[in-house]
Design a protein around this ligand. Sequence first.
Ligand SMILES: Nc1ncnc2c1ncn2[C@@H]1O[C@H](COP(=O)(O)OP(=O)(O)OP(=O)(O)O)[C@@H](O)[C@H]1O
Ligand SMILES: [Mg+2]
Length: 229
Amino acid sequence: MLRIEGLNQYYGGSHILRDVDLDVQEGRANCLMGRNGMGKTTLLKCIMGLVPIRGGRILFRDRDISQLKPHERGRLGLGYVPQGREIFPQLTVEENLRVPLASKRSAGIPERVYELFPVLRDMRRRRGGDLSGGQQQQLAIGRALVLNPEILLLDEPIEGIQPNIVKEISEVIRRLNREQGITILLVEQKLPFARATADRFDIINNGNVVASGEMDELGDDLIAEHLTV
Ligand SMILES: Nc1ncnc2c1ncn2[C@@H]1O[C@H](COP(=O)(O)OP(=O)(O)OP(=O)(O)O)[C@@H](O)[C@H]1O
Ligand SMILES: [Mg+2]
């Protein structure tokens, strides 16, 4: 469904992503793993068109999307939950959820967003900045669902979140994958959360994908070499 071929990316003179190949199959829940600063966020930003790339292709349903603008990729079916959530603290919950709908005034917030996260309905008139970290994460995921994505990219969604919400976030991602058929590309460093949530892994090291497989094949040697435990 999403295929990346020979992707290279630079920040100024720094070569960050090096000949990255990645294949995300429809219906799967993939986890992109790797230590701090290895290029995980940069790769998601490339997929969404938020940073320019230098060489390589990004194919979504066999179409090269690498020249499309971020909002065009969103309309095609790519949803994105950025690292650090990036909700608008001054806007209400409902206004935050409406942000992706800006160009479609008549469209409403899909009911399933409130079904998945009832707290967002209860707090819809509150300012985003008044929500707890866990509630803000639910808002960030809800906002990404508003345009009915076929694939959802989530960047470290449990960073800075209370343990009791962590399990809930994992269950929501699994439900989106299993019950609603949304393909998942999760970025996560924490092994228990990755194992509970995803069924495949890819490991990125210094801007290069060095290992991939089924989650139950992720062995101790790879964990010791590439992950923080
Ligand atoms: N805007 C930027 N300008 C210059 N360098 C950047 C920029 N953003 C990230 N980098 C550098 O690119 C490399 C990859 O960063 P990236 O944020 O993609 O890593 P990451 O794997 O997501 O790390 P983390 O787990 O800490 O979120 C790092 O060396 C980082 O310092
Ligand atoms: Mg990151």
